[in-house]
Design a protein around this ligand. Structure first.
Ligand code: PLP
Length: 461
């Protein structure tokens, strides 16, 4: 397949010049970026992306953690086209559209039991904003206006809007805005590799739950909700919780009458080997947020799903003004919802969640070989969510310094070898599309290993 229409008129150099002239890229230091030759994607097929210079790449981070089946998947393409012939968009403010109704029904079917009402938006961050406002307002309606505060986890990431940043805790991204934010209370997310409590998972879980309980005992009466990235804390470096912690958090939230918000924006829709990560521990949160994979990685749809109990607290006479005054122009977009329905049908048809769970066992065994590399300190994996932490010294776990840009260099090498990746500091993130075949995964893993070796070892020979 070749690039068509607008691209065909322009050379790569002309397009790169326009990119440099007009586009400000997210999470990108533009001073360096504009010095480099940019990858400019023209099209994709299956698990690969193709650029204007005729190079092809594995989509090794699923286009920032969201692609599911691959690119240009016939069933999803057709669903969008069919919906386009009907209507591209109509509002959900006070009215409905067909795909958003059908999708909500489907979502309730696959959600952890008890989550029954779907509120749509268009990004992970907006789904979190909604969860925060919903939890806050819920307590006002319940006659407990003192419950206004939020607990979050250290190093949490919930998106880049101001509310989501307020419950975020990654200094590098969030500190600058501190005076703009509402304060949130932070507890420590259990991080086995660098735990001060040793290596015994049970001990780590116990210590962290004690920390949370102490806080809840003292301040539970003024806490509206706790927000957590269940099972895997993503942007902090793919930190996988030890077993039992999430269940413990759920129990403590119930005991101390605090709502639990599970942010499944990264973990939802099969990524960890269950449809939702909460299922690993049989947990139903009071509010679940999700986005990314919901449309198979096609269109911006996100959801905040909650219980009948919370929904019903907002019911009242018009003049009572209990309405949830929140919405976005593209809330419940029919094209996005049609894509999501087709995506979920493919999940079922291909038994994709089961496939991810099975293939992740294979991935684990292949990844184990990476420990033979001198600078691979820790490999963290849950399903198709993988983080490889590179360290200067394995014995002391000494970290590479920020200025060494080790993650950036490894990902740059991977790009040369044919795979697109994006690091989180010294952690190389590998998140292949969920439908990747074993052969495709093998190819991607070879590139990954080679890139790590070339950057961390070869230079020293
Ligand atoms: N929450 C979590 C756990 C995430 O990992 C992300 C993005 O990576 C977000 C929220 C924000 O999602 P979005 O980028 O769609 O706003």
């Amino acid at each position: 397949m070749t690039a068509t229409k607008p691209y065909a008129q322009l050379t790569y150099e002309e397009m790169a010049a326009k990119n440099k002239e007009y586009v400000w890229h997210p999470f990108t230091q533009m001073k360096q970026y504009i010095e480099d030759d940019p990858v400019i994607i023209t099209h994709g097929k299956g698990r690969k992306l193709y650029d204007m210079q005729g190079k092809e790449y594995w989509d090794g981070v699923s286009s920032i953690w969201l692609n599911v089946h691959g690119h240009c998947i016939e069933e999803i393409d057709n669903a969008i086209r069919e919906q386009l012939d009907l209507v591209a968009h109509s509002t959900l403010l006070g009215m409905a559209n067909v795909p958003s109704v059908l999708l909500a029904e489907k979502l309730v079917e696959i959600m952890p039991k008890g989550l029954r009402k779907v509120f749509y938006s268009d990004a992970g961050a907006t789904s979190v904003e909604i969860a925060i406002k919903m939890a806050f307002q819920y307590w006002q309606h319940k006659g407990k206006p003192a419950k206004q505060h939020f607990i979050t986890m250290k190093e949490a990431y919930h998106g880049d809007t101001i509310g989501a940043v307020s419950v975020g805790a990654i200094d590098l991204y969030h500190k600058t805005y501190s005076s703009l934010l509402f304060p949130s209370i932070k507890v420590t997310y259990p991080f086995v590799y660098r735990s001060p409590y040793g290596e015994d998972h049970d001990v780590i879980v116990k210590k962290h739950l004690e920390e949370l309980e102490e806080l809840l005992k003292e301040r539970g009466h003024e806490i509206a909700a706790l927000i957590v990235e269940p099972i895997v804390q993503g942007a902090s470096g793919i930190i996988v919780m030890p077993e039992g912690y999430l269940r413990g958090v759920r129990e403590l939230c119930t005991t101390y009458n605090v709502l639990m918000i599970a942010d499944e924006v990264a973990t939802g829709f099969g990524r960890t080997g269950k449809m939702f990560a909460c299922e690993h521990e049989g947990v139903t949160p009071d509010i679940l947020t999700a986005g990314k994979g919901i449309t198979g990685g096609y269109l911006p749809v996100a959801i905040t799903v909650t219980t009948d109990n919370i929904y019903e607290a907002f019911l009242g006479e018009y003049e009572e003004q209990k309405t949830f005054f929140h919405g976005h122009s593209y809330t419940g977009n029919p094209l996005g919802c049609a894509a999501a329905l087709a995506n979920l049908e493919l999940f079922e048809k291909n038994r994709l969640v089961e496939q991810v769970a099975n293939k992740s066992i294979y991935l684990e065994s292949r990844l184990n070989d990476f420990y033979e590399l001198e600078h691979v300190g820790d490999i963290r994996q849950k399903g198709f969510m993988i983080g490889i932490e590179l360290v200067k010294d394995k014995t002391t776990k000494e970290a590479y310094e920020w200025k060494e840009r080790i993650g950036v260099l490894v990902c740059r090498r991977a790009k040369e070898l044919g795979m697109l990746l994006r690091p989180l500091g010294n952690v190389i993130v590998f998140m292949p599309p969920l439908a990747s075949t074993v052969e495709e995964l093998d190819d991607m893993l070879s590139i990954l290993k080679q890139a790590i070796y070339d950057i961390t070892e070869e230079d020293k020979e």
